[in-house]
Write a protein that binds this ligand. Structure first.
Ligand SMILES: [Fe+2]
Length: 253
């Protein structure tokens, strides 16, 4: 992601931010050793509205990006970001790099699935859908996926932190790609069908249960169909065919 001067500087006086965000930033600057539950409380206490975040809205994001993503504040040991979710926008299944503590506040009724990953197998643990304004915690082990299944765009606020300074807290995050049965590591958005240039490296041998695989295949197919409606891409056309074949196999008794 390209960082603008406004977004990157940690010496920027925080009074350029809405008062609610100033409150959150001040809290997070106090120390580096928070629990996810404390960060959730800080977000709730800050009483941030969706309107406060509109400066960072990105509803014009490229169709190849699975959602809009803007850095709000880089605090060295924490990052605050705003994601923009158009109807149908979904992240890939992912974790959060070096993140040790954090919280996400969602201003719409986001679909949200939490996954477990043991012995190389990914499983859907539980749906944990958001109601508007709800805040969920983030810890180092969280593997999840969220998106907008409705008809109205909305924003979400994301806080990711760790106990020491990191260039990017969420750098080298894992994306679980069940079409290629591999884990991708990326420093950017956790999007479907990332170009190879955005993938640091892979690890192979990923497996998943049927429910998880079908959900991922449907959501990836949907993203590819949206892309192909406005641009040609032979590689994505092949991928879509493979996805449709796999969905058919998994759907048959
Ligand atoms: Fe996430």
């Amino acid at each position: 992601m390209v960082k603008t001067p406004f977004q990157t500087t940690i010496v920027n006086p925080i009074d350029v931010y809405p008062v609610s965000l100033q409150k959150l930033i001040s809290r997070l600057q106090q120390t580096t050793n928070f629990t996810p539950a404390q960060v959730k409380d800080f977000v709730l206490e800050a009483d941030i509205s969706e309107q406060d975040l509109m400066f960072w809205a990105d509803f014009q994001h490229p169709i190849t990006d699975s959602y809009g993503r803007k850095l709000v504040f880089d605090g060295g040991h924490f990052e605050i970001m705003v994601m923009s979710w158009l109807p149908g926008d979904f992240s890939a299944i992912h974790d959060h790099g070096a993140t040790q503590w954090g919280a996400v506040q969602c201003f719409g009724a986001a679909a949200h699935y939490i996954y477990g990953f043991t012995k190389g197998v990914l499983r859907t643990l539980k749906p944990a859908h958001y109601t508007p304004g709800m805040v969920c915690t983030v810890d180092h082990n969280l593997i999840h996926q969220m998106g907008n299944p409705g008809n109205t765009p909305f924003l979400s606020l994301h806080v990711y932190g760790c106990q020491e300074f990191q260039e990017t807290i969420t750098g080298n995050a894992r994306i679980f790609d069940l079409l290629e049965s591999r884990i991708q590591y990326t420093d950017g958005g956790v999007f479907f069908c990332l170009p190879e240039t955005k993938i640091n490296h892979h690890s192979s041998g990923l497996k998943a249960d049927r429910e998880t695989t079908l959900r991922q295949h449907y959501l990836m197919s949907d993203r590819i169909e949206r892309i192909l409606r406005i641009q040609q891409n032979a590689d994505l056309e092949k991928r879509l065919t493979r996805l449709q074949e796999k969905i058919e196999q998994l759907s048959s008794p």
